[in-house]
Design a protein. Structure first.
Length: 435
C-alpha cells in the first residue's frame, strides 16, 4: 500500500482544501461526525430497495488501483445495477508534474476503455472545470479504490454522506501501517469496507476509531482472477531468440519514506547489471509502482528518470510495464520485489518470490498477516543473495520454499466457503440495503 505525504506543508494544504480540521482532528467531533455520516448512508441505502436499477460509480485515478474487473462485470450482468467508472486526476495537491498527472489520466482512460467498460471523465473542457458527479451522474453507490485525499474534494468521501459508499482496497494489506490502513478519516466514514480475512477484520476493529463497524470479510477482490478458471492470460513478454526464464522486478515507490523501506535507490543499478549478466537465460520486466516515477522526477529530475526507464524498455532481454500486472504474474517464473501488497498477491501463483530488504528491520515492517506471507519469501539482503536466487532457484529449479508457499495458500488464501470475492461483495451490498 502507498502512504500519504506526511510533510507539514502538505497537511496544511489538505486541511485548507478539505476544510476538515474539526471533523478529522478532534476526537469528539470525529466520533459524532462518523455516527451522523453512517446514519445518513444507511438511510440512503434503504431507499434503494425500491429502485429498479441502482447507479454504481467506481472511482479511479490510476490503472494499478483498479481491482474490480469481476465485480464490475457481475454488476453489468445483473439488471439491478448500472455500473460505470468515473476517472479523476491524481494527485491534485502533491505538487507532481502536471504533464505526468495528465499522462496518467490518459493512461487510466485507455486502460478502462480497453476493457470495454462504460466510463466518464467529469471535466468541462470549455470552462476548464472538474464537475460534481452528484449533479451530472447522480450515483446511488460510490465505490472507492483509494482511501487517501489524492483527489479534488468533490470526489472525496465527505461529499457523499447521502449515498452508500464502499471501499475496495487496491492492495492486500501486509504492512504494519495500522492508522494508514484502518484509521484514516475515510475508513471511519465509508459504508462498507471490504477486508481480506478475519485477521484484517480484527485489525480494523482494533485500530479504527469506529471499531471496524463497517468492515466485512469478502476476500481480496484483486486476487479473484487467480482463483478462477475462466481467465486466459495474454503473453506480455517481448519475443526472444531462445527460451528464457521470466522474472518480474517490482520496486515500491516509498523512496522518500522510511515507513515502508523501498530498496529501489539501493538496487536500481544492481538490477540492470544482473539483467546484463543473465541476458542469455533470463528475461526481466521492470514493473514499478505507479507512483515511483512521480517520486523519481522530484528526486532525480525528468531527464534522468526518463533515461532510467528507457534502459529497461530498450534492452534486448528487458522491458517496462506500467499498466496491469495480472498477465505478468501468470506468465512469469518468479518475482523480486519490496511491495506490501505483492507480498501476498504473488503467493496466489505459488511461484518462487524474493523480498528485497534489510533483514534487521524487515519483520518490523509487517503486520500480523503480512509476516506470515513474508515468511514464504526468499530474502534479498544483498546483490549476492539476489544473484543466488536467480541462479539457484530460478534457473536451476532448487526451490525449498515451495511447500511453505503451498501450505500458506491452503490455510489463508483459498476461499473457504465457496464464494468468490465479487460474489461476497454483492451479497454484502444487498444485505445492507435490505437490512
Amino acid at each position: 500500500m502507498s502512504s500519504p505525504d506526511t510533510s507539514l506543508k502538505y497537511k496544511i494544504r489538505l486541511i485548507w482544501a478539505y476544510k476538515d480540521i474539526l471533523r478529522n482532528h478532534f476526537p469528539l467531533v470525529t466520533k459524532w461526525y462518523a455516527r451522523w455520516f453512517r446514519k445518513s448512508q444507511l438511510a440512503a441505502a434503504r431507499k434503494l430497495r425500491s429502485k429498479e436499477r441502482i447507479e454504481v460509480a467506481f472511482f479511479l485515478s490510476i490503472p494499478g488501483m483498479w481491482k474490480s474487473d469481476y465485480l464490475f462485470r457481475a454488476m453489468c450482468d445483473n439488471p439491478c445495477y448500472h455500473p460505470y467508472v468515473v476517472i479523476y486526476p491524481y494527485s491534485w495537491y502533491k505538487g507532481f508534474s502536471k504533464q505526468e498527472v495528465d499522462e496518467t489520466l490518459h493512461r487510466t482512460e485507455n486502460f478502462i476503455k480497453s476493457k470495454g467498460f462504460e466510463y466518464y471523465i467529469p471535466y468541462d473542457k470549455e470552462r476548464g472545470k472538474w464537475l460534481d458527479v452528484k449533479r451530472t451522474l447522480n450515483p446511488d453507490i460510490v465505490i472507492f479504490s483509494s482511501p487517501y485525499k489524492d483527489q479534488l474534494p468533490r470526489y472525496f468521501i465527505y461529499h457523499f454522506h447521502d449515498r452508500l459508499t464502499c471501499y475496495v482496497p487496491y492492495g492486500f494489506i501486509s504492512l504494519e501501517l495500522s492508522r494508514i490502513n484502518y484509521d484514516l478519516i475515510f475508513h471511519n466514514l465509508v459504508g462498507l469496507h471490504f477486508v481480506e480475512t478475519d485477521i484484517h477484520k480484527s485489525m480494523a476493529a482494533e485500530f479504527g476509531r469506529n471499531n471496524g463497524v463497517n468492515a466485512v470479510v469478502t476476500g481480496y477482490l484483486g486476487t479473484e482472477v487467480f482463483l478462477r478458471n475462466d481467465y486466459h492470460a495474454s503473453y506480455p513478454w517481448k519475443p526472444q531468440p531462445m527460451a528464457k526464464k521470466k522474472v518480474i522486478w517490482a520496486p515500491h515507490h516509498t523512496i522518500d519514506s522510511a515507513i515502508e523501506g523501498s530498496t529501489f535507490l539501493l538496487r536500481c543499478d544492481d538490477m540492470l547489471d544482473l539483467a546484463d549478466k543473465y541476458k542469455d537465460s533470463i528475461q526481466f520486466v521492470f514493473k514499478p509502482h505507479p507512483l515511483l516515477k512521480f517520486k523519481l522526477q522530484m528526486l532525480w529530475g525528468n531527464e534522468r528518470t526518463d533515461e532510467y526507464y528507457a534502459q529497461w524498455a530498450t534492452r534486448d532481454n528487458t522491458q517496462l510495464e506500467e499498466a496491469s500486472y495480472v498477465d505478468l504474474f501468470l506468465t512469469s517464473d518468479a518475482m523480486i520485489h519490496d511491495s506490501g501488497s505483492f507480498t501476498t498477491e504473488y503467493l496466489f501463483t505459488q511461484k518462487p518470490v524474493m523480498y528485497l530488504t534489510d533483514e534487521k528491520t524487515a519483520t518490523k515492517r509487517f503486520g500480523p498477516f503480512g509476516i506470515k506471507s513474508f515468511q514464504c519469501h526468499y530474502h534479498g539482503v544483498s546483490r549476492e543473495s539476489i544473484d543466488d536466487f536467480l541462479s539457484k532457484v530460478v534457473l536451476a529449479g532448487d526451490d525449498p520454499m515451495l511447500p511453505i508457499r503451498r501450505q500458506h495458500f491452503e490455510r489463508y488464501l483459498q476461499p473457504v466457503d465457496g464464494m468468490l470475492p465479487s460474489q461476497h461483495i454483492i451479497h454484502e451490498i444487498e444485505k445492507l440495503i435490505n437490512s
